[in-house]
Design a protein around this ligand. Structure first.
Ligand code: ASP
Ligand code: MG
Length: 412
C-alpha cells in the first residue's frame, strides 16, 4: 500500500480538487490519502482562535464559510449531502473559538477543523465521481501527549490503532486529515504548522507502506527556492540524510519531522508535482550521491539573542548551562550559536510570546539584547562561488562556516 499527501495548495479551489480526483482515479494499489486544509485556511483559523472581538471572529468565520461554499458549489451537482456536515463544523469553530481557558489548547480545537472540513469535502467529491473511499478521523488513530500545538506522538498506541485500517485498505481508498491527532482524553492536538507531511510519514511508517508521496506545487526537491534563484535544479534522488539536513536548516519543501520515521523503516519518500503528475519528481531514499550541487536554504523571521555577562567574568559552562536550561524549558530550538569572551549569541525562530518570556527569564542573569526580522542563509556543500557570494552580502550580523556548510545571518 502507499500513502499520498496533498497540501493546501493542491486543494485550494474546485479545479485543484478535480485534479486530485483525477490523480486518485488512476491509482490501482491500496492507498491512504492525507489532506491539508484548503489554501490558506489554517492562517484564517489562527486569526479566529486569537480574535478578541466578536466582530472579528464572525467576519473571519464568514470569510471561511464563503470560501468553502464557493468551492462546493462548483464541485457538487447537489451539495445537500455535504452541506449539513460543513455547517456543523463551522458552528463548532465558533463554539470552540468562544471558549475561555488555555490558549494553546483552544488553538488546537479551532485550527484543526480546517483539515476536517477539507477531508469531508474531498471524500464526498470522490464519492460523487465514483471513486470508492472511506473518510476516517485521524484523531482516532494518531495519539499524542498534551503538548498543544506541537503534539508528541505516542508511537506504540498510534501504530496499534493504525494497523486496524489494513482490512479497509483492501477495497477502498482511505481519506484522512493531516496535521491533527488527539490526547488520551480525546482533546484535539496539532503536530505543528505544516505538519501534514509528518502525518503522512506516521501513517506510512505504521502501515509499513511501499512508499509515501507528497504532492506539491513544485516539480520536486530543488537545490534552492526557484522564486529566489531562477537557476535552481530539481534533484532526481536524494539521500534521507541530506533531505533531513535541508529541512533542519529551514527548507520548507518537507516538514522536518517527516524523514525520520520513513528512513528508520527504509520507506522511500517521493516529492512530486500535482500540476504534472507524470513527471518523476524527487525520490528520497537510502542512496549515496557524490558531488551534490550547493544547496541554498533561506530561513526568514529569525531572531538573534545575545546574553552578556555583567560582572567581568567570562562566559563559561555555568553560564551556558543557564542559557540551555532556559531554552529547553521554553522548548526553543537554536538555529546557530556563537560564543565570545563575554557574550553568547544564538539565533532562533521568532515567535513573539516565546521570545518575550525567554528574554525575561535570561534577563535575570545576563544583559540581554535581541534583534528581529533577520534571515538565516545556509549554503550546504558550498563551492568557492557560492561561498564568496553569500559571505560578502551586506549586513551580515553573524557568520559561521564548517568544511561543508556556510551560514550567514543577515539583516534586510
Ligand atoms: N494546514 C496546516 C498548516 O497550514 C498543516 C499543513 O498544511 O501541513 O500548517
Ligand atoms: Mg502546507
Amino acid at each position: 500500500m502507499r500513502v499520498f499527501k496533498f497540501g493546501g495548495a493542491s486543494v485550494k479551489n474546485a479545479a485543484a480538487l478535480r485534479n486530485v480526483a483525477s490523480i486518485l482515479s488512476s491509482q490501482k494499489d491500496p492507498l491512504l490519502v492525507v489532506v491539508s486544509a484548503m489554501g490558506k485556511t489554517t492562517n484564517t483559523l489562527e486569526l479566529i482562535a486569537s480574535a478578541s472581538e466578536k466582530q472579528t471572529l464572525s467576519r473571519e468565520i464568514n470569510i471561511l464559510r464563503s470560501y468553502h461554499h464557493e468551492i462546493i458549489d462548483l464541485l457538487f451537482d447537489k451539495a445537500d449531502g455535504v452541506q449539513p456536515t460543513l455547517e456543523k463544523l463551522f458552528n463548532q469553530i465558533q463554539v470552540e473559538a468562544n471558549k475561555k481557558g488555555d490558549y494553546d489548547q483552544k488553538y488546537d480545537q479551532v485550527v484543526s477543523l480546517g483539515e476536517v472540513i477539507s477531508s469531508v469535502i474531498l471524500s464526498n467529491f470522490l464519492t460523487q465521481e465514483g471513486i470508492e473511499n472511506e473518510w476516517i478521523d485521524a484523531r482516532h488513530y494518531i495519539f499524542t501527549d498534551n503538548t498543544f500545538r506541537e503534539g508528541k506522538v505516542d508511537w506504540d498506541k498510534t501504530q496499534r490503532q493504525i494497523q486496524q485500517l489494513l482490512p479497509i485498505l483492501n477495497n477502498k481508498i482511505i481519506i484522512t486529515q493531516g496535521f491533527i491527532g488527539a490526547t488520551e482524553n480525546n482533546l484535539t492536538t496539532t503536530l505543528g504548522r505544516e505538519g501534514s507531511d509528518f502525518t503522512a510519514a506516521i501513517f506510512g511508517a505504521c502501515l509499513d507502506a511501499e512508499s509515501v508521496t507528497i504532492w506539491k506545487d513544485v516539480p520536486g526537491v530543488m537545490n534552492a527556492d526557484p522564486k529566489r534563484l531562477s537557476a535552481a535544479i530539481v534533484f532526481e534522488e536524494l539521500p534521507f540524510q541530506e533531505a533531513a539536513e535541508m529541512t533542519y536548516y529551514g527548507a520548507s519543501v518537507i516538514h522536518p519531522k517527516t524523514i525520520k520515521p520513513l528512513a528508520n523503516r527504509d520507506i522511500p519518500l517521493f516529492v512530486k508535482s500535482f500540476a504534472d503528475p507524470s513527471a518523476d519528481g524527487t525520490k528520497i531514499h537510502d542512496c549515496k550521491i557524490d558531488h551534490l550541487p550547493p544547496l541554498i536554504v533561506f530561513k526568514e523571521n529569525q531572531c538573534l539573542i545575545s546574553c552578556k555577562v555583567t560582572d567581568y567574568t567570562f562566559i563559561d559552562e555555568h553560564h551556558l548551562g543557564i542559557i540551555f536550561h532556559a531554552l529547553s524549558e521554553k522548548n526553543i530550538k537554536v538555529n546557530v550559536m556563537q560564543t565570545s569572551a563575554i557574550s553568547f549569541s544564538f539565533c532562533v525562530d521568532f515567535r513573539e510570546d516565546k521570545i518575550t518570556s525567554l528574554v525575561k527569564m535570561l534577563g535575570e542573569k545576563f544583559e540581554v539584547f535581541y534583534n528581529t526580522g533577520l534571515t538565516l542563509i545556509t549554503v550546504k556543500n558550498y563551492d568557492q562561488k557560492t561561498f564568496d557570494e553569500y559571505r560578502l552580502r551586506h549586513e551580515v550580523v553573524l557568520e559561521q562556516s564548517s568544511r561543508s556548510t556556510l551560514q550567514v545571518l543577515i539583516k534586510r
